[in-house]
Design a protein around this ligand. Sequence first.
Ligand SMILES: C[S@@+](CC[C@H](N)C(=O)[O-])C[C@H]1O[C@@H](n2cnc3c(N)ncnc32)[C@H](O)[C@@H]1O
Length: 279
Amino acid sequence: MNLNIGHRAICIACLLLAAGFATAQTPQETYKPVAGQPGKDVVWIPTPDATLEQMLNMAKVTPDDYVIDLGSGDGRMVIAAAKRGARAHGVEFNPDLVALSQRAAAAAGVADKATFSQGDMFEADISKATVMPLFLLPNHLSRLAPRFLQLKPGARVVSNTYEIGGGWEPDETVRTTPCNSWCIAVLYVIPARAAGSWQLADGEWLHLEQYYQKLQGTFQIGDIAVPITDGSLRGHDIRFSVNQVRYSGRIDGDVMVGVAEGRIKRDWRAARASDGANE
Ligand SMILES: C[S@@+](CC[C@H](N)C(=O)[O-])C[C@H]1O[C@@H](n2cnc3c(N)ncnc32)[C@H](O)[C@@H]1O
């Protein structure tokens, strides 16, 4: 082979170019989102790490959970949940953020548990979620509220800063410290369906009206109906008082069982006789 100087220079340039092509990053791989950049329905602002950990703590995320973040941004919430052993999925409209999240999940070693899809959060199937950590605006949360209420009792929706509203009060609100902005975590536990009339084993009746996790109603013995007080639900768990007797128990479908504690302590059990209107 007899290459002159000119040919050699061209070949070296070709090799350097080829090497460059092999290691160059595509524009998508160097994509860096900017806080405040527009999104379909809401801008991208990342949840600060302290608030994010607070939200996952309040939701008590475990490996048994299936976590869904709607508007998952750069994937940090989903990846943090996966690091706690949960299966987690993010739905994000911006395809660059989806790709960024997938790369971040792989870099964190949780790509098997943390998955992402490009799509509209209002069309996503959330029916299997047990935890939903969200950073959305109040009008999005209230639009999604009817679907939150279809989740299994005990599922947790935990929101960065904003409340769902519409009369649904949070179960818990915590301000994270130290923290500069977006520091409030707001927890909602999906309540069991309790509204309606329940018959207790010994002929007593419980008539309940339900406002999300708050309960009102009467406890009826024969013709006498006594209002219940302090009626509340936390997931499956129900509590109320009748005079000085404190009832606590658990609702499983159309049955609830528990303990009544007054001057004496006794077990109680009730079966749903009719449905009432929720909320
Ligand atoms: C405030 S950021 C929250 C990001 C992330 N959840 C977090 O807590 O760090 C909202 C995200 O929702 C995305 N988004 C806006 N409208 C959307 C829609 N209709 N469907 C899916 N994602 C959407 C935006 O692109 C943005 O990444």
